[in-house]
Design a protein around this ligand. Structure first.
Ligand SMILES: C[S@@+](CC[C@H](N)C(=O)[O-])C[C@H]1O[C@@H](n2cnc3c(N)ncnc32)[C@H](O)[C@@H]1O
Length: 266
């Protein structure tokens, strides 16, 4: 999940990680990772993906948990002898240079949607892998947040204030499974598999729509009354566009499962 803010967000991301690791294990036919060093890009403070790997592959040699935010790394309370923390940015080759060619697997969940120059980041992942190493990415490629912001930004009075909203730039909806499969192949990955999944999450209540708006990081620069009007109009518009299911607004998004292998000889 990308920008949605629901009370269940953490558990959704944990469940997503468990499901994604299972899918990697099936696709790559993982049985025993006792010889493997696995890197997790964008580990986050909850370490959802690391925990999912440890649960399914407790014998793994080591997990390198990477994040480009020091505060996130400081906030992690979970400790395990198999996890090594690393402050690094997958967009910057230098920040992870000492790991190049040493990783058996690189996995990343719910992070690549935040990266604008994805090609550069995928190239750095390729460099981190050993020959024969495997990579798996799970990230949002489209969401109703993007469509919603686009519609909002077409309303003249909101156009100017929304133009710098980061989420508007996040997902280029024209980039889906075909685009990313070809991108990985261009970089040199083999056996590339890409498939999209549409996910639907109900908002717990209409008041959580306010949190959703806050998470979109819109710098409204409006008076308190103006902000209230904006919230009401935004909710109305969202309901009109995406409807309700069993009385609840829903957050609809598309996640991409993207897997590839670095060839033994490249
Ligand atoms: C939404 S969290 C996902 C956490 C976890 N992987 C999960 O699925 O729950 C994304 C994390 O990626 C980190 N991140 C974003 N861009 C990154 C980058 N370029 N390099 C490394 N980490 C990054 C953020 O700091 C954040 O902690």
């Amino acid at each position: 999940m990308a920008e949605s803010s629901h009370s269940s967000q953490t558990s959704v991301q944990y469940d997503d990680s468990i499901k994604f690791i299972k899918s990697c294990a099936d696709e790559f036919q993982w049985k025993d990772l006792s010889e493997d060093v696995v890197m997790d890009i964008g580990c986050g403070h909850e370490l959802n993906c690391c925990k999912a790997k440890l649960m399914q592959f407790p014998e793994v040699t080591a997990l390198i948990a990477v994040d480009n935010n020091r505060t996130v790394l400081k906030k992690t309370h979970f400790r395990d002898r198999r996890i090594q923390f690393c402050f690094g940015d997958i967009r910057s080759r230098d920040s992870l240079k000492s790991y190049e060619g040493k990783m058996d697997k690189v996995i990343s969940t719910n992070t690549f949607h935040q990266i604008l120059d994805k090609e550069k980041a995928f190239r750095n992942v390729y460099r981190l892998l050993k020959p024969g190493g495997e990579a798996g990415f799970f990230f949002c490629v489209n969401s109703c947040a993007h469509n919603f912001l686009t519609i909002l930004s077409e309303i003249p009075k909101y156009e100017a204030i929304l133009k710098d909203t980061f989420a508007l730039k996040l997902h280029a909806p024209k980039h889906g499974e075909k685009y990313y499969k070809e991108l990985l192949e261009k970089i040199g990955f083999k056996h590339v598999r890409a498939f999209e999944e549409e996910m639907k999450l109900p908002f717990s209540s209409d008041s959580s729509f306010k949190d959703f708006l806050e998470d979109l990081d819109i710098n409204l620069k409006l008076s308190p009354e103006g902000a209230e009007t904006f919230e009401a109009e935004a909710l109305q518009l969202y309901e009109k566009k995406f409807g309700r299911h069993e009385g609840k607004l829903r957050y609809v998004y598309v996640q991409l499962n993207l897997l590839g292998v670095k060839p033994i000889q490249s």
